[in-house]
Design a protein around this ligand. Structure first.
Ligand code: ASP
Ligand code: MG
Length: 467
């Protein structure tokens, strides 16, 4: 029987009592599963802050004490969780000891940073993986204490091999598939910590922020799972962010491209890379809501390979502030060969990803993640790019995108979508800076003045979904 991979994220793991809901879900499946878990809510951020403090104060006693304080806080937190979830004192003590040993490893890494006064990338990745390593051990023991045959399966033990890029790796499927599927073959509930795999030398490499979704998808691909079930605390993908639009609709069906574009353009529900490993293997993703237990195992959104063109084409409007424009000005940049090659090479050397490029005769607009803007500006200003008179930056922008299979179709409805979105925004007074359609078959987007983001989202959503 094919297995189901089930992912629980930080939003399912906020309070000690939340573990109980997770155990209930595992029981409801009544079959062997592979669980992939994130860190408890907020733990990864706290670990990042801890590394940052250690980096800044490396070598000082105060900074060392601060790290040790943090691992003490984690010890206390884990104890609380154990008390709420494992009633047998002997089992609880054993688990506390095992968690303690893992926290000792974390302590050693943090102390190491203070000794050498630096944070090598491989150490950074190792440290940040501890949130997940604590979750998987804890959940395994709680499941065992409830009589469920569970086994922890660490990426290093099952052979989840990556391409070795620290901080943002991808799974190496050729190297992982056979070992992962052999290691997860038994009929028990396996519990895998998400967020990381290991490189060919056995070092921890992270899949990027929010990467547990990608871990779960990679494992689902390796074992040819029946489905990837992602548990959240919302009703699946929605037609817009409920913070900006009142009563958005839940979307029951999406295809892989739509889900990827929605995530790329700001929907926070799934990591944008989650669909990558599943795409050509046709393994569906099902999004379920853990706060609605009466719904059982019935998903809110199913994502698969099928086209689902709806009558109104647009399924969702998403938006993000995480974008900035780097502008290269020059009277003839649009005509000069080779400028873009130099730009992309330079940015690539600095590890900067380009989100999009829009060119005209006198300017090249490069869209980047906001965090990359300063580094990109510095890198390009250093180089003399022939034909470029000056470089400017703008981060007071936001993206608003309409996503739906058929957005680019030549049909009357399809071809009108981008202009309807744009007109609705402009008519309502949104300052639109740029608009683009055609880059993806299922998405069109505009860049708006950042303060107008919510207004644009509301107007565009109303245009397609009514008031
Ligand atoms: N805990 C990691 C993060 O916060 C991975 C994840 O949650 O998926 O980025
Ligand atoms: Mg997450």
């Amino acid at each position: 029987m094919k297995k189901i991979v089930v992912k629980f994220g930080g939003s399912n793991l906020r309070q000690p009592q939340d573990i109980d809901r997770v155990v209930n879900v595992v029981q409801a499946y009544q079959r062997p599963l592979v669980l992939v878990v994130s860190a408890f809510y907020g733990i990864t951020n706290a670990l990042i802050a801890c590394v940052q403090a250690a980096r800044e104060g490396a070598g000082t006693k105060a900074a060392l004490a601060e790290s040790q304080n943090y691992t003490q806080t984690l010890r206390a937190l884990k104890k609380q969780i154990l008390e709420a979830n494992i009633s047998d004192p002997e089992h609880r003590a054993r688990t506390e000891q095992a968690l303690g040993a893992r926290l000792d490893q974390l302590d050693r890494y943090l102390t190491g940073i203070h000794c050498i006064g630096d944070v090598p990338t491989f150490v950074n990745d190792a440290i940040l993986s501890y949130g997940e390593r604590l979750s998987s051990l804890l959940l395994t023991e709680v499941l065992l204490s409830r009589g469920i045959a569970a086994r922890e399966a660490l990426p290093e033990d099952i052979g989840l091999i990556t391409d070795g890029v620290f901080g943002n790796s991808a799974c190496d499927f050729a190297a992982s598939t056979a070992s992962v599927s052999a290691a997860l073959a038994d009929d028990v509930v396996f519990v895998v910590p998400g967020f990381y795999g290991i490189d060919a030398q056995g070092k921890t490499t992270l899949f990027g922020r929010g990467g547990s979704d990608y871990s779960a998808a990679s494992i689902a691909a390796c074992i040819s799972a029946e489905s990837l079930d992602v548990w959240k605390d919302v009703d699946g993908f929605l037609s817009a962010d409920p913070g900006a639009v009142s009563a958005p609709r839940s979307i029951s069906q999406l295809n892989y491209l739509e889900a990827a574009e929605l995530s790329y353009f700001g929907a926070k529900i799934l990591h944008p890379r989650t669909v990558e490993p599943l795409f050509d293997r046709d393994i569906p993703i099902r999004i379920l809501n853990i706060t609605q237990p009466e719904r059982g195992l019935q998903p809110y959104t199913i994502i698969d390979a099928q086209r689902h063109v709806t009558r109104d084409v647009v399924k969702s409007v998403s938006s993000t502030d995480d974008v900035a424009i780097l502008k290269l000005h020059g009277p003839g940049v649009g005509f000069k060969a080779g400028i873009l090659a130099q730009v992309t090479n330079t940015l690539d050397q600095h590890g900067i990803n380009i989100k999009s490029v829009l060119t005209a005769q006198t300017a090249i607009n490069i869209l980047l993640a906001r965090d990359h803007l300063d580094a990109a500006y510095a890198a390009l200003s250093e180089h003399h790019l022939a034909g470029v008179v000056n470089v400017s930056c703008d981060d007071a922008v936001a993206i608003v995108a309409v996503v739906g299979d058929g957005v680019l179709d030549a049909s009357d409805v399809g071809s009108a979508i981008a202009s309807r979105a744009l007109s609705a925004a402009l008519a309502g007074g949104v300052r639109v800076r740029l608009a683009a359609a055609g880059a993806s078959e299922v998405a069109a987007y505009m860049l708006v003045q950042q303060e107008d983001r919510k207004l644009a989202l509301r107007l565009v959503h109303e245009e397609f979904f009514g008031k």
